[in-house]
Design a protein. Structure first.
Ligand SMILES: CC(C)(COP(=O)(O)OP(=O)(O)OC[C@H]1O[C@@H](n2cnc3c(N)ncnc32)[C@H](O)[C@@H]1OP(=O)(O)O)[C@@H](O)C(=O)NCCC(=O)NCCS
Length: 188
């Protein structure tokens, strides 16, 4: 199923969930262009085993894949990650469309909170999209590189209380080893 909210040079802008391997390859191509090509991210950091369990959303202008985001699912939140729009297609709020698709998806799956880990330089972008810091800037200790940000899935409802924000921050999420298991896990 795809959704359309606008058009660019008379071409429809749509979003679609990756259902087939070819769709996933389109998402990976967009991410490779943005993160590896444009932002100098190493390949080993950009792609990981979570790609096989995440839901990938792709934005198209006409038939051209131009943006993507992946969502990972946790008990108390849904986590959009790897949001990217090909440089020449920016300025049309395609990122916002992708995030709205994530929100609707989370709503449909009964999640009530969205959570992202933003780089400090991107915090303003997320704030513009209605996200807020999970821990206030003043309360954040040290010079942590990652900023945890949240948004209610239902904008008419307040954010669920997070009694121990640090409990949901995944800053120390274990890295996967070459077999796809968290590092340190006994394998057979
Ligand atoms: C972040 C990104 C997905 C937004 O793409 P987009 O939907 O095409 O966004 P737009 O270009 O339409 O910009 C929407 C608004 O956000 C602003 N914006 C974009 N990136 C921003 C940033 N890092 N910090 C602050 N504002 C930002 C734009 O200036 C624009 O503001 P305006 O509406 O007042 O003009 C895109 O810039 C991108 O792919 N960046 C590289 C990948 C990346 O850094 N991803 C991390 C996620 S933030």
């Amino acid at each position: 199923m795809s959704t359309m909210t606008q058009s660019i040079t008379d071409e429809a802008v749509t979003t679609r969930l990756a259902m087939r391997m070819e769709d996933s390859l389109q998402a990976f191509a967009v991410r490779a262009a943005c993160f590896i090509g444009e932002l100098d991210m190493p390949y080993s950091e950009e792609f990981d085993g979570h790609d096989f369990s995440a839901t990938h959303v792709i934005a198209y202008v006409g038939d051209e894949p131009v943006g993507t985001v992946r969502v990972r699912w946790f008990q108390s939140f849904a986590m959009p990650e790897r949001l990217a729009v090909i440089q020449r297609f920016r300025g049309h709020n395609i990122g916002q469309m992708l995030l709205e698709r994530c929100r609707k998806l989370a709503e449909g799956r009964g999640s009530n909170m969205l959570y992202v880990q933003a780089l400090p330089g991107d915090v303003k972008y997320w704030e513009k999209q209605g996200w807020r810091r999970l821990v206030s800037e003043e309360a954040s200790s040290g010079a942590k590189r990652i900023v945890a940000m949240v948004k209610a899935v239902d904008p008419s409802k307040p954010l669920p209380d997070v009694e121990a924000p640090e409990a949901i921050v995944l800053g120390h999420e274990s890295q996967l080893d070459a077999t796809g298991l968290p590092r340190g896990t006994a394998s057979n």
